[in-house]
Design a protein around this ligand. Structure first.
Ligand SMILES: Nc1ncnc2c1ncn2[C@@H]1O[C@H](COP(=O)(O)OP(=O)(O)OP(=O)(O)O)[C@@H](O)[C@H]1O
Ligand SMILES: [Mg+2]
Length: 269
């Protein structure tokens, strides 16, 4: 099944450890379980999303680094099949490629060029990004239609998010369609700091804050060690339920955006 309206959704923020990789893989599986055709692209040299989905990144299979570095490598050759989704892995080669990108003309558009070749085959391409600024994050921002920004509910780094938003404005020159779809509270628990952080995010970003909140759960730490999503490790759990709910909320937001401006959302590449 080919999708005429595929969406490239990146999970991105400059702060480390906010739940980006956790969100990328579990949101991907939530969409897959609702019948969507999914490609996960790992754009972090740490390879956490790849590992979490059961891929051993030390095996030198074809990875996203090869696709960015060498245009003659077919995108199809980098696509791994897994229950529920296709996956393009990342490994430490990506750190080497990032250094090479600094001297490559238009290197930050390479990812967009490569994903354009396969995007019509998917309903969602979900990208897990690195927390550090540089050619890799810029590449992600250049290809994304929608950004989901996870916020650790124990620590609100407003300055960092403002810097990310500044980068997004710059990126509009090469990727006018980019849109911040929403801010996602992660690792939510009953502490006072958590409710204060949530308040502060709502104060700053209002309705852009997702209603869905991802609660703290040990399942998010355990599932990746087995190469499983929470839908495999703990089906029916609150952890799985939170990401199902998020997938529904995201679908709703994208549908609403398309109704407002059908020609500018997704499929713009
Ligand atoms: N809702 C949650 N409840 C409990 N633990 C969580 C939750 N979400 C993520 N974690 C755990 O927190 C740690 C950081 O999460 P994750 O790796 O997804 O963050 P990240 O933003 O991708 O980090 P990095 O910036 O290093 O790429 C991981 O050990 C993960 O298992
Ligand atoms: Mg990560």
């Amino acid at each position: 099944m080919h999708s005429s309206q595929s969406t490239i959704l990146a999970v991105a923020t400059q702060k480390g450890g906010t739940g980006k990789s956790t969100t990328a893989v579990n949101l991907a599986h939530a969409f897959a379980l609702s019948g969507k055709k999914i490609l996960v692209v790992d754009m972090d040299p740490q390879g956490n999303a790849s590992n979490s989905l059961g891929f051993k990144t030390k095996d030198q299979g074809i990875s996203i680094a090869d696709l960015i570095w060498d245009k003659s490598v077919p995108v199809q050759s980098a696509i791994n099949k897994r229950t529920g989704m296709d996956v393009i892995i990342a490994n430490t080669n990506l750190a080497r490629v990032e250094r090479g990108m600094l001297t490559m003309v238009n290197s930050e558009l390479r990812l967009a060029q490569r994903l354009r070749e396969v995007r019509s085959a998917y309903d969602y391409i979900i990208i897990d990004s690195t927390p550090s600024y540089g050619p890799l994050l810029n590449s992600v921002l250049n290809v994304a239609d929608q950004l989901v920004v996870p916020v650790d509910s124990n620590y609100f780094a407003l300055m960092g998010i403002q810097k990310l938003l500044g980068e997004v404005e710059e990126i509009r020159i090469t990727n006018p369609a980019i849109n911040v779809l929403g801010y996602l509270m992660t690792m939510v628990d009953r502490t006072i700091i958590c409710s204060q952080t949530t308040e502060a995010v709502i104060q700053n970003f209002g309705a852009a804050t997702f209603d869905t909140k991802i609660r703290r759960s040990v399942a998010f730490r355990e599932a990746p060690t087995l190469g499983q999503t929470v839908f495999e490790y703990a089906p029916g759990s609150a952890a799985a339920g939170d990401y199902s709910k998020l997938s529904v909320e995201i679908e709703g937001r994208i549908r609403a955006l398309r109704a407002q401006a059908p020609s500018t959302i997704g499929g713009a590449l």
